[in-house]
Ligand binder design. Sequence first.
Ligand SMILES: Cc1cc2nc3c(=O)[nH]c(=O)nc-3n(C[C@H](O)[C@H](O)[C@H](O)COP(=O)(O)OP(=O)(O)OC[C@H]3O[C@@H](n4cnc5c(N)ncnc54)[C@H](O)[C@@H]3O)c2cc1C
Length: 415
Amino acid sequence: MKRYSVFAIAREAARYHSGWERAWRSPDPKPAYDVVIVGAGGHGLATAYYLVKNHGIRNVAVLEKGWLGGGNTGRNTTIIRSNYLQDESAAIFEKARSLYETLSQDLNYNIMFSPRGVLMLAQTEHELRAWKRTAHANRLANISSEMVSPRRVKEIVPIINIDGPRYPILGGLWQARGGTARHDAVAWGYARAASAMGVDIIQQCEVTGVDRDGGKVAGVQTSRGNIACSKLCIVVAGNSGVLADMAGFRLPVESVALQALVSEPIKPCMNCVVMANTVHGYMSQSDKGEMVIGGGADGFNNYTQRGSFQHIEETVRALIETFPMISRLKMLRQWGGIVDMTGDRSPIISKTPVDGVFINCGWGTGGFKAIPGSGWATAEMLADGAPRALASSFSLDRFAEGRMIDESVAAAVAH
Ligand SMILES: Cc1cc2nc3c(=O)[nH]c(=O)nc-3n(C[C@H](O)[C@H](O)[C@H](O)COP(=O)(O)OP(=O)(O)OC[C@H]3O[C@@H](n4cnc5c(N)ncnc54)[C@H](O)[C@@H]3O)c2cc1C
C-alpha cells in the first residue's frame, strides 16, 4: 500500500491523479479462514485491524452483506466522549477516545478527529445531580471532565438560551477533549489498513447460516458459498439477534431504529457538541455548516433503516426552547439506523454458548465513539479465546448473574 502524504499528493497532482491505488482489495472468499468476522462496520473492521496489528493473526475475513460502513457506522452523528459513570465503561470508552487522538496517523488516513468539546446540559435538578455524580466518578477514574456553570455554558455556546421557561440551563458536564470524527473515514481508514495487512474484506456477502460440528463452530453459509473457520465473531449491531439465532443461541438485545437529521448549511455558529438529554435532542455543526441533529430512539422494536416525519417534529420541538435559532432552519435530510439495545445500556463483548463463536454487540445508541477501544478488546478476546481486562465485565454472563453495568443515564438518548 502506498502511503498517503503531502509528497504523494504533489506527485499525483503532477500526473493528473492517475496513480492512486484502490483503497482496499476486493478478493473472492477463500474456502477457509482462521477467523471470520461478520459485519464490516467500524467495530468489525477495527477488530480485524487490531487482530493483525497487535496479535499477528492474518488469515482473517470480514464478511459484509452490503457495503462496508453502510450500517450504523455510516449513519451516526459521530459524537465521541468517554465520561461514562461506571468504571468498566469509562475504561473502554477512554481507551477508544485516546486511540482516536492519533488514529489518523496510525491508519495513515485522515479521520478528521475534531476534539471540539462535548457539553451535556443539566436542565433539571435531577440531571444536575446525575452529572455531578458522573464528574466525581470521572475524576476518580482519571478521566478529564468537569461541571460548568450556566454562565460558562453560555460562553461555550453563545447561541444557547439558558433561561428557557420549561427547561432552564442549570449547568453542564463538559468534556473538552471529546468531539467528533468523520464516520465514513473511520470505516474506510480501518478497511484500507486491514486490507493492506492481508485481511480479506468481502462485500456483498451475506451470512445466511452458521455451521456447527457438535457444540463447536465449523463455518458459515453465505450468499457467496460456504466458508470454514475455527473462530467466528458476530459484529452486526442491530442484526445481532438474527445472527445469534443462526448460531443457535439467544441474546438479551432489542433492535430499534434511531434517527437523525441535518439542516441546510449555515455559517459557523457552534463549535462544540451539545446534548440535551432531558428533552431528547443533541446538536453539532458539520464542517459543511449543516446542523447535525439527533433525538431519541423509536419507542418500538423494528428493523427499518429510515427516518419519519414524527421524529423531525419531536426532536426539533424539543430543542427549540434551548436553541431558538433552529426554528428558522430548513431541514435537508433524515435517516435511521438499527441500534442494538441491552437492558443496562452497556455493550456485550463475549464468548457465547457455541464454542468458537464470539460476539460484539449492544453498543446501542453510542458505539461510534467506542470503535477503536472495542476493536482492540475484541481482537484480544479472539486471540486469547476469552476477553482480557478491558472487556471482561461485558460478558453475556452478567445478565444471568445480575452483574449489570448500568449506563442508562449516560447512554439513554445521548451518545
Ligand atoms: C442515527 C444514529 C446516530 C448515532 N449517533 C451516535 C453518536 O453520535 N455517537 C456514538 O458513539 N454512536 C452513535 N450511534 C451508534 C453507532 O452508530 C453504533 O453503535 C455503531 O456504529 C455500531 O457499529 P457496528 O460496527 O457495531 O455496526 P454497523 O456499523 O451497523 O455494522 C454492522 C454491519 O453488519 C452487516 N450485517 C448485518 N447482518 C449481516 C449478515 N447477515 N451478513 C453480513 N453482514 C451483515 C451490516 O450490513 C452492517 O454493515 C448512532 C447510531 C445511529 C443509528
